[in-house]
Design a binder for this molecule. Structure first.
Ligand SMILES: [Zn+2]
Length: 383
């Protein structure tokens, strides 16, 4: 028997018993699962070689999961960076090549356990591949709605896993609306589904275990819609709640100056609305170009609470970091290199001080975006 989960809306406070079709509050807000205190060092299932070893801190999912790849437990490696030693969390080594597999593992397995046979998702990038792969393994039909401008290379992976690809004319918002209105599958969009962040928070649990049951001082992750930062925030807060750690790291959200949604909205929350409707420039970090993050205010609150902030970096800095990582054997996508560029920026501003243990989460594989490597870093570094 799987215990019921009570979801709540941080915007209006309304509560709902979780059902497979409940992904949004009636007020339009994005729903969250409750924070629980079950995970401690002695409740980690050390016989389980995947993120499911932290089941004591996750919403209950039927075991064994319908879709299982042994996901999680990605390496943490130290490398010299910006004159210091920084820990790089290699989440691009997840089963489909991105951290989004953590969220898909929770969402798709929960829906499989509830008997759902078909789901709809909107994405043109990594989340499409994650849902498609987990759907394939769980026997769930997956329809992925993509903007008709999406590059075929980005959706080839999802199509290979057997997902139906539906191209939607118009912008990213039109794509989301089409997925939500889909009649063939239950909407399970990763930017909205409350269990997606529950899966992503296992990054925090792994960092805790990889630091001998302690936490680093600083964690930097790229930000698009915010599931990475919110997952880290929830994971570390949950560990603090259970008494497993006494403090949480400062969280920094790395974004591109071309699309600095979080930086601008943080500087003036009242201006968030006008910013969301404003003009933005395309970036090499295409995974971070999210028009309207449904959890924008939650992200701003999480960063502030942790003592960190959003960090916007330039396109030349992103390309420089992309190549510098590759020269150390770390081939990531430009959206991930943004976080490494932010680490350099924080060393420059003095916000990372000597003695700080810093972790940069590398979220997506460069094998999906190899064409980005054709852009020479050195040429674009010239102002
Ligand atoms: Zn609400």
């Amino acid at each position: 028997v799987i215990e019921a989960l009570t979801l709540h809306c941080p915007k209006c406070g309304h509560r709902y018993e979780s059902t497979p079709d409940r992904w949004q509050c009636s007020c339009g807000g994005a729903l969250s699962a409750p924070l629980t205190a079950g995970l401690r060092r002695d409740t980690v299932d050390r016989s389980e070689p995947s993120l499911w070893r932290y089941a004591a801190g996750l919403p209950a999912i039927a075991r064994p999961p319908a879709a299982y790849f042994g996901e999680g437990r990605t390496p943490l490696v130290d490398r010299p960076w910006a004159g210091r030693t920084i820990g790089f969390k290699l989440d691009f080594l997840m089963p489909t090549g991105s951290f989004k597999d953590r969220g898909a593992a929770l969402v798709v397995n929960a829906l499989a356990g509830a008997g759902v046979g078909a789901i709809a998702e909107d994405s043109s990038g990594n989340a499409a591949a994650s849902y498609a792969a987990y759907g394939a393994a769980a026997g769930i039909r997956c329809r992925v709605f993509v903007p008709d401008s999406a590059s075929p290379a980005k959706i080839a992976q999802a199509r290979a896993y057997g997902a139906d690809i539906v191209a939607v004319p118009g912008d990213r918002a039109a794509t989301a609306a089409a997925a939500m209105a889909d009649r063939h599958g239950l909407y399970a969009g990763h930017n909205w589904h409350p269990l997606f962040i529950e899966g992503v928070k296992t990054i925090a649990f792994e960092l805790w275990e990889q630091h001998e049951w302690a936490v680093p001082d600083v964690v930097i992750a790229p930000i698009g819609a915010g599931s990475g930062i919110l997952g880290l925030d929830r994971g570390f807060r949950q560990l603090a709640l259970s008494g497993a750690v006494s403090r949480a790291p400062r969280l920094y959200a790395a974004e591109t100056q071309c699309w600095a949604t979080i930086s601008r909205a943080s500087a003036s929350p009242d201006a968030a609305e006008s910013w969301l409707n404003g003009e933005r420039q395309p970036s090499v970090a295409e995974g971070l170009m999210i028009a309207e993050p449904p959890r924008l205010l939650q992200v701003i609150r999480a960063l502030k609470r942790s003592g960190g902030r959003p960090v916007a970096v330039s396109e030349p800095a992103i390309l420089h970091a992309l190549h510098a990582l590759a020269e150390q054997g770390l081939l990531v996508e430009p959206s991930s290199a943004v976080a490494a560029a932010a680490a350099s920026a924080l060393v420059d501003t003095g916000e990372i001080v000597s003695g700080d243990r810093v972790v940069v989460v590398l979220t997506g594989s460069g094998l999906k975006t190899s064409s980005a490597m054709h852009r020479p870093a050195h040429a674009s570094l010239t102002p």
